[in-house]
Design a protein around this ligand. Sequence first.
Ligand SMILES: *Cc1c(COP(=O)(O)O)cnc(C)c1O
Length: 410
Amino acid sequence: MSNDQKIPFLDLASLHQALEGEIMPVVQKALRTAGFIGGPMLEDFERDFGRFCDVTHCVGLSSGTDAVRFALMAGGVEPGDVVVTVPHTFIATTEAISQAGARPDFVDVDEHDYCMDPVKLKQYLEQDCYSDAKTGKLFSKRWKAPVTAVVPVHIYGQAADMDPILELAKRYKLLVVEDACQAHGAEYFSKQENRWRKAGTMGRATAFSFYPGKNLGACGEAGALTTNDAALAQKVSMLRDHGQSRKYYHEMEGYNGRLDSIQAGILQVKLRHLPEWNQKRREIAARYNELLREATPELILPVERSGSRSVYHLYVVRTPERSALQEHLTKSGIGTGIHYPVPVHLQKPYRAMGFKDGDFPVTEKIAAQILSLPMYPGLTAAQQDFVVKTIAQFQKINEGPLSVQPAGRA
Ligand SMILES: *Cc1c(COP(=O)(O)O)cnc(C)c1O
């Protein structure tokens, strides 16, 4: 049946149909108690997600964007500071930096794992910064402002190489905020500490998003911050709730950045399935790797570093013939995505800050070549076979290896 061959990029409807029996009682409970904001449903989820991440504190928030913003603010980033992140991310990372009053700056990513390149971070800190004579603080040469934080992004579900990043941050007294919005449950083997560490435990604070399509997704907007720092967690609890320490007593101006109880209750239900879903994603990725390596040796496949356990939020391949391959897959009824087509530094608001083509060559190169294939726990082996067959067919039609470089851009 040709209908079986229609493979969406992401199938959220089937997943939720299967969970209806577990989710509806949560909604009913909220309706019957009118407990829509705060209360036990929120606290239970915060406790469970904190446990899942191996941290002492979890604060539910309205989005991953707010989680990054509040982490920076509560971690001590001041208006006018420079916060370093990567240009290969979703714009929310840099929006949150700007919303915290700071200025985003970038270091390029590694060509293999697509995460922050620690060597580039080192170069940035050593060559693009100086120690300010008056304050002794680390200053950016370009912005003549203090560099106070770094935000590595665990892109596509794989943790950035944190050991060297943490070491540099310690040396230069930088706050580390992990953007784990795509990496719920990802693990990283720290050689420094000789143990596996979970995404969400390595920085001073970590941002998670529960946007519906994430590995753990709400039925609406949601996010959370994790930390082992009680004082920071306390400050974020106030920031999310109009700066209140208790009702109508405001320590400061805050925001409306709460996680509502229905979403928290739904997330708690779904969290029970997350380890199994992540395992499925890892199996699907391993099977894609095996089949694609065989069928199209020229296609560049995702690289899982040794000492890294990715949770494959996305399965991203690379080819210089990305547009033609995407079109071929679309015509065959296979949904794909591009995460992300335009590097953040080349988006309008950051171009206006003076960033330009050529500033971050690795990010710019991969942005032109990446393609995200269908990836979700319910993806069947037959569906996967069809995706692989269709990619192999594309290669044959083109009568040539996928890796042939097109004229122009390298
Ligand atoms: C989804 C995402 C965010 C933002 O999360 P929201 O909940 O949509 O605000 C931030 N950073 C990255 C890398 C993301 O993928």
